[in-house]
Design a protein around this ligand. Structure first.
Ligand SMILES: [Zn+2]
Length: 67
């Protein structure tokens, strides 16, 4: 089964070494969101909705390339 990997560094501009892996893209995205909501709460809180959407699309793009 495919293993997906995603980290804060992939999102750009984030000085954080956190990376997560999973067997589905949803799992990896959920892991990264959970981490971000805990550790980068202020970043998430101050992020406009369209920027969040961009981030989400970037995640999908990166994960699809690992497929
Ligand atoms: Zn992080």
């Amino acid at each position: 089964m495919a293993q997906y990997k995603l980290g804060c560094k992939d999102m750009g501009g984030m000085d954080c070494e956190f990376t997560t892996t999973g067997e589905t893209t949803d799992e990896v995205k959920q892991n990264l969101y959970a981490h971000a909501q805990e550790v980068h709460k202020d970043v998430i809180a101050s992020m406009p909705e369209d920027k969040m959407k961009e981030m989400d699309q970037l995640m999908d793009k990166i994960l699809q390339e690992q497929n």
